[in-house]
Design a protein around this ligand. Structure first.
Ligand SMILES: NC(=O)c1ccc[n+]([C@@H]2O[C@H](COP(=O)([O-])OP(=O)(O)OC[C@H]3O[C@@H](n4cnc5c(N)ncnc54)[C@H](OP(=O)(O)O)[C@@H]3O)[C@@H](O)[C@H]2O)c1
Length: 302
């Protein structure tokens, strides 16, 4: 079968009105990402090679869905026979609300990025946190329970997921930084329910001598000259540094880490592993990681 997307390579952005037509594409589009905006999403470039590698006669598309269309669009996809959908900004809270059953981790993270349609039920999961854990393991193979972890941008959606996952992993220390203080204060209060308060600290200028693993979950670094670390925060060779940003692939923080002899990795592995975890929820089979990774790498600018 000729795959439409392989012919066009244009990765179209569909809208709410297209949903009834999507199962009639070749191959049928039965998995999608909902977002607003959504054109920047690299999920089709990652998932379609994975679907082809598994021999699944379906394709993954982007759907530009406005907040007011979200619930109707979810039910329309379910009725059209979709396996499930990913939800990105601004739909992760609405996805939590629309699910009939929410996985306990997603409930704790307060957001759903993966919906699965099964036996007339909508199941909600969050693969951002588990995707980060798999990525850290792949990049650094660190036992998280022994790590003193700094999370920059802990008050944002990704930072919150990272902080909760690291706390659940029982990390040795958790230092949270966020521009808007109220957001990390709220998060610290939530963490207090299951994480030791003497291991938790909120800071504006963290002392990196007390840190093993630095995670940037803020959007600072997307411009080449920006770093989420202040000039006083000095990276050294014993640090492990993970930047969730993958475009540009080498942020100023990652370049500084490598210059200091530290191990450093960008967010491509997190993107891959959160996608792989969604794939596994939809299809109940291991994701073809290497095909998905190759698709992602090929989608990046030279
Ligand atoms: N690799 C992956 O798979 C993956 C997955 C998710 C996210 N990400 C990346 O992670 C980053 C955050 O995403 P998100 O979804 O969590 O976004 P978000 O919810 O909008 O959070 C953005 C975070 O960045 C902080 N921030 C933004 N501008 C800032 C500035 N000028 N100075 C200081 N802090 C600033 C925000 O602080 P305030 O709270 O003060 O606004 C907040 O902590 C993005 O770069 C995104 O691409 C990567």
């Amino acid at each position: 079968m000729i795959r439409d997307y392989a012919v066009s390579m244009s990765w179209p952005v569909y809208t709410f009105a297209h949903i009834p037509d999507l199962p009639h594409l070749h191959p049928p589009a039965l998995v999608a990402v909902f977002g607003d905006p959504v054109a920047h999403s690299r999920s089709p470039q990652m998932h379609n090679p994975g679907l082809a590698a598994r021999g699944l006669e379906t394709q993954y598309v982007r759907l530009q869905i406005k907040p007011e269309e979200f619930v109707t669009a979810v039910h329309a996809c379910r009725k059209a026979g979709f396996a499930g959908i990913n939800c990105t900004i601004p739909h992760k809270l609405a996805a939590l609300a629309v699910a009939d059953e929410v996985d306990p981790l997603a409930r704790r993270l307060g957001a759903v990025n993966t919906l699965v349609f099964r036996e007339n039920k909508i199941l909600g999961y969050n693969t951002d946190g588990p995707g980060l854990l798999r990525a850290l393991d792949e990049e650094f193979s660190l036992p998280l329970a022994h790590q003193r972890i700094l999370i920059l941008g802990a008050g944002g959606g990704a930072g919150r997921a990272a902080a909760i996952q690291c706390a659940l992993a029982g990390c040795a220390g958790l230092t949270l930084v966020n521009r808007t203080k109220e957001k990390v204060e709220r998060l610290a209060h939530e963490l207090g329910a299951f994480y030791r308060s003497d291991r938790l600290s909120l800071q504006t200028e963290p002392d990196l001598r007390d840190i093993d693993l630095v995670i940037n979950a803020s959007s600072v670094g997307m411009k080449p000259e920006e770093s989420p670390l202040s000039a006083n925060s000095v990276l050294e060779s014993h640090h492990h540094v993970y930047d969730m940003i993958y475009s540009p692939p080498e942020t100023a923080m990652l370049a500084a880490a490598r210059a200091a002899g530290a191990r450093a990795a960008n967010g491509l592995s997190m993107l891959l592993h959160q996608g792989a975890a969604s794939f596994e929820y939809w299809f109940g089979a291991p994701a073809p990681l290497e095909a998905m990774r190759r698709g992602l790498l090929d989608s990046l600018p030279e």
